[in-house]
Design a protein around this ligand. Structure first.
Ligand SMILES: Nc1ncnc2c1ncn2[C@@H]1O[C@H](COP(=O)(O)OP(=O)(O)O)[C@@H](O)[C@H]1O
Ligand SMILES: [Mg+2]
Length: 281
């Protein structure tokens, strides 16, 4: 049976200034999925993430984590945050220790692990995100991309079951974007669930096994990563463009888009293989 990681029912969030950022949103997240959360600026993606980690409380509605309603006392939140790691959109909200290594160690230390275990995990996380050379540098002098990688290392070192990544590749150059995505692929496992928000449709299309699209505080699509790009109405409402592989394939087939969505290539390599096989030149 597929386990539900999050069940969100009728979630509404109103900020102190009166803004409704989330409006009666319902969503179920299954364990083990790699989910790309798409949506225009201001759609409510970051606000939703903060709810899933217990950093914001619903104005109304409920959020269940593994079937249990999220509670907001200190002990319950500590336990939730052990299991649900978040990488904030703005790394300056995340990093506060004097240097990189201390920052990455902060989370694992709070989990009460032994010193040598913490050291080992931190070293591993730094190597995976290629920040080992920065370990003694003050976090506030790092570039945006370096800060993002340090923030990701901090979550990686805690080995959470659920990853919430708010635009993790924004501000990273293509090399590090690919590294981070490869890292996410390597940690992915049937017991781990990853939700990643992004404006990069190419990345979402290639990486995700489920796409969720938000617009104006609501979910307007949840499903496979192919059908969404066939739905012009959703694309328009959420300001989404089509992934280039998808568009290229559509053009090549001169609108003879295959009825079976599984036939649409998701990567450059798949597209090239298909062109070879079907002799489309
Ligand atoms: N702290 C806040 N106070 C008031 N309004 C906010 C606050 N944070 C976000 N908002 C508003 O809530 C809406 C959703 O924002 P956000 O969740 O950041 O969207 P996204 O991450 O999809 O760009 C926007 O209208 C934004 O201006
Ligand atoms: Mg955001």
């Amino acid at each position: 049976m597929e386990e539900h990681i999050f069940n969100i029912e009728g979630l509404t969030h109103q900020f102190a200034d009166g803004t409704f950022a989330i409006k009666d949103l319902s969503l179920t997240v299954q364990q083990g999925k790699k989910i790309a959360l798409l949506g225009n600026n201001g759609a409510g993606k970051s606000t939703l993430f903060l709810h899933l980690n217990g950093l914001l409380q619903p104005t109304s509605g409920t959020i269940r984590y593994k079937g249990k309603k999220i509670k907001y006392d200190r002990k319950a939140l500590l336990s939730l945050r052990k299991q649900v790691g978040i990488v904030f959109q703005d790394p300056d909200s995340q990093l506060f220790s004097a240097n990189v290594q201390q920052d990455i160690s902060f989370g694992p230390m709070n989990l009460g692990w032994e010193r040598n275990v913490v050291r080992e995990k931190v070293q591993w996380a730094m190597a995976q995100t290629e920040v080992t050379e920065l370990k003694d540098r003050p976090t506030h002098f790092l570039s945006l991309g370096q800060k993002k990688r340090v923030a990701i290392a901090g979550v990686l070192a805690m080995e959470p079951d659920v990853w919430l990544l708010d635009e993790p590749t924004a501000g990273l150059d293509p090399y590090f974007s690919r590294q981070i995505m490869a890292l996410l692929d390597s940690i992915h496992h049937p017991d781990k669930t990853i939700i990643l928000s992004t404006h990069d449709v190419n990345l979402a299309y290639q990486w995700a096994d489920e796409v969720v699209v938000m617009n104006d505080g609501k979910v307007i699509y949840q499903g496979d990563p192919v059908s969404v790009f066939l739905d012009e109405d959703i694309l328009m409402r959420a300001h989404l463009e089509k992934p280039w592989v998808f568009e290229m394939f559509q053009a090549l087939l001169q609108s003879r888009i295959p009825a079976e969505k599984d036939l649409v290539p998701r990567t450059k390599e798949e597209l090239l293989r298909k062109m070879e096989r079907e002799r489309i030149y």
